[in-house]
Design a protein around this ligand. Structure first.
Ligand SMILES: *Cc1c(COP(=O)(O)O)cnc(C)c1O
Length: 364
């Protein structure tokens, strides 16, 4: 049996007619940037996220970068990010001229450990960026308390967690502002690159919209040295088709995860831990194994696709040589990098496929 790590086919088959109709509609109108499709999707996504404002942007990295820029984070500032995340979180900080300060995760949840944040705060610290990694909410109450106590902004990286909740409340509603990615592989994905920023602050939303549109508040009037990062009409139309199906597709991911959690019982495998406060959307199902390379080979040989999130931690990446980290300095991120394996998780996996993955892992 061949089971890919991820497949969009089941979802695309279901929505093909609607997506083609959306393409035809936009094509007929022949208007591709800043229009009614963008406006309609922003409104729908804000509603879905339980926030007042949504600004469509070009991708998830830009969403985070523009959010930081709008908050005035810049050169000389520090921003706290988890040491275990996709590199975009740290790059957003770098792009505004600030320095990412890595705080280790809780190895059970993979998310930033709130108990370690305060020790990393200095008078240069301006913001904390919690990342709801693999689709599971960070422990937001203590994070918000620390931010309040020290007067820090909170920018949530929601790129992997569309629809996830913390104590029943949607992620993206806790901090000052939140960034989403609609990269095709995310739980809500466009048919290309796209992203969004959500916030309850009108002033911030306006500033982010202007910053992503050449710093312009109205045509040919530039109040900031802005970027070009807008959600185009075609992607907005596709996203509007997919959004009403997101809850159903997240529920299906939860069903798959539940089966994995209940039935994978190999003592060599450490399963992801779900705290009471979190209802994850399982962007990634991350297991850990000391003999990761062997497990990966074993599963791949049986036709099961796997992935690693992420094989090299950010602080040891060539591009961050300037931060001068040595191996061993962030041992938890390094441990996750060395032992984490992501197994198939996508809408449309059949029961037979789910069982095949479970049996293979238990057989290892
Ligand atoms: C995907 C991702 C991003 C960046 O999103 P893009 O749309 O690819 O730019 C940022 N943070 C995290 C945690 C991600 O997984």
């Amino acid at each position: 049996m061949q089971i890919p790590f991820v497949s969009f086919l089941p979802m695309e088959r279901e929505l093909e007619q609607d997506l083609r109709a959306a393409f035809d509609r936009v094509f007929k109108r022949s208007w591709y940037i800043e229009g009614t499709e963008d406006e309609a999707f922003e409104k729908a996504f804000a509603e879905y996220c339980d926030v007042k404002y949504c600004v469509g942007v070009g991708n998830g990295l830009d969403a985070l970068m523009l959010a930081l820029k709008a908050l005035g984070v810049s050169k000389g500032d520090d921003v706290i990010v988890p040491s275990n995340t996709y590199i975009a979180t740290a790059l957003a900080v770098t792009y505004v001229g600030a320095t990412p300060v890595f705080v280790e995760p809780d190895i059970r949840t993979f998310n930033i450990n709130p108990d370690l944040i305060e020790a990393a705060i200095t008078d240069k610290t301006k913001a904390i960026m919690p990342v709801h990694l693999y689709g599971q909410a960070c422990d937001m109450d203590p994070i918000m308390e620390i931010a309040k106590k020290h007067g820090l902004f909170v920018v949530e990286d929601c790129a992997q967690a569309h629809g996830a909740t913390y104590k029943g409340k949607k992620i993206g509603t806790f901090g000052d502002v939140a960034g989403f990615s609609f990269y095709p592989g995310k739980n809500l994905g466009a048919l290309g690159d796209a992203g969004a920023v959500v916030t309850n602050c009108k002033e911030l939303a306006d500033r982010i919209r202007a910053l992503g549109n050449y710093g312009s508040d109205y045509k040919y009037h530039h109040i900031y040295k802005g970027n070009n990062s807008r959600l185009d009409e075609m992607q907005a139309a596709f996203l509007a088709i997919k959004l009403p199906h997101l809850e159903r597709m997240n529920t299906e991911r939860r069903r798959i995860a539940q089966k994995y959690l209940e039935e994978i019982n190999n003592p060599e495998i450490i399963l992801p831990f779900v705290p009471d406060y979190a209802t994850p959307v399982w962007h990634i199902f991350a297991i850990r194994c000391r003999r990761r390379a062997e497990l990966e080979k074993f599963l791949n040989k049986k036709g099961i696709g796997t992935n690693k999130h992420y094989p090299i931690p950010m602080h040891l990446q060539d591009c961050y040589k300037d931060l001068a980290f040595k191996e061993g300095e962030l041992p938890i991120a390094e441990e996750i990098s060395a032992t984490e394996l992501s197994i198939p998780m996508y809408y449309g996996m059949t029961d037979v496929e789910i069982q095949y993955v479970i049996d293979a892992i238990n057989e290892f």
